[in-house]
Design a protein around this ligand. Structure first.
Ligand code: HMG
Ligand code: MG
Length: 298
């Protein structure tokens, strides 16, 4: 099987994971988690979100997180910015990479960002323009790429169309989110293939939630297509506040174990990653959903 030699792992746990916690996680714990991830070799970390605190109170301290964080020069710390107000926050915090987030389902788009898909793209164009003018890189997300909690099946052509619009707006990469983790390998590969034809495989990242236990299999199915960026979440934290029942992203520990087994480089040290996993699980008072963490930290 032909696979990439190096995979960029984007740990979205501090954002996608912690945004879904019922309680507020102390800023100091978030910062420590992000620093532990950076120290064990994770080179891309989604550290927070400049979103409305009324919508997602868990991310209200993102500016404090960035202010406290000791940043390493070889690590990219990114944040979500749904609009110009969010971008202002990111600029003030000295964030180098931001992400705009669209959906392939109208209903999800309304529930998540209170506007249609078309309106969201219109809103992202000035966000991308301003970010690029300030020398930031912009990542795009498409949610519900393999199914929507409200609308059911989603056509890969719609995903490809939204991804193309994000690239046109200035996104260097588009992360394809199986927000509710309902996809399986064949559909995941077909969807990625369809999107790659529209925006090139080099721009594709995958973001699989593990609700049905399919995330690793889906990653395995898309690696031979040339996907070389994988989003994952330390300890498998998370879900989505606007997608009831969705569980966390695939756990970073599980992705690393699989990639190590395939001989794919990531630059991440498993021992340090397991420490970060144990730390955040202790803070949250729960077990990791990562099977690898349970086996090795046990
Ligand atoms: P809205 O209510 O339509 O916006 O929300 P608005 O412009 O009318 O503003 C309402 C209030 O929010 C105002 O405050 C604004 O100032 C404030 P008020 O005057 O009422 O006191 N506001 C903000 N405050 C801080 N930062 C901002 C901001 N913008 C407005 N950036 C909005 C629209 C987009 C703001 C809102 O819907 C929102 O913040 N949504 C974010 C939802 C979210 O974070 N969802 C989770 C992340 S997406 C995800 O998890 C999926 C992903 O992981 C991929 C996958 O798995 O599929 C990425
Ligand atoms: Mg997500």
């Amino acid at each position: 099987m032909k696979t990439p030699e190096f995979v960029k792992v984007v740990d979205v746990g501090p954002r996608d994971g912690l945004q879904n916690e019922p309680g507020l996680v102390p800023t100091a714990s978030k910062v420590k988690l992000i620093e532990m991830l950076a120290n064990c070799g994770v080179q891309a970390i989604e550290a927070g979100a400049f979103v409305s605190p009324k919508w997602v109170p868990q991310m209200a301290d993102t500016a404090d997180v960035f202010a406290t964080l000791k940043r390493k020069s070889n690590v990219v710390y990114s944040a979500l910015t749904p609009n110009l107000k969010g971008l202002d926050g990111a600029l003030t915090s000295g964030v180098e990479e931001v992400a705009v987030f669209a959906a392939a389902s109208e209903t999800f788009s309304h529930k998540n960002i209170n506007c249609s898909i078309k309106e969201s793209i219109e809103r992202f164009v000035p966000v991308c323009d301003a970010a690029l003018a300030h020398g930031m890189r912009v990542r795009g997300y498409v949610s519900c790429v393999l199914g929507c909690p409200y609308e059911g099946d989603v056509s890969p052509n719609i995903v490809a169309d939204v991804a193309s619009q994000l690239v046109e707006a200035g996104c260097y990469e588009v992360s394809l989110g199986d927000t509710i983790g309902c996809g399986t390998a064949k559909g995941a590969a077909q969807m990625v293939d369809c999107v790659a034809k529209a925006i090139s495989i080099n721009r594709v990242a995958v973001h699989f939630h593990d609700t049905y236990g399919q995330a690793l299999t889906n990653i395995f199915a898309v690696l031979p297509l040339g996907v070389a960026t994988i989003d994952s979440s330390i300890a498998g934290l998370g879900g989505c506040p606007y997608a009831k029942g969705a569980s966390g992203n695939v756990a970073t520990e599980d992705v690393l174990y699989m990639l190590n087994g395939l001989g794919i480089e990531t630059g991440i040290d498993m021992t340090g990653l397991l420490r970060a996993s144990a730390f955040i699980c202790r803070e949250l008072g729960r077990l990791p959903s990562s099977k690898v963490a349970r086996a090795l930290n046990g």
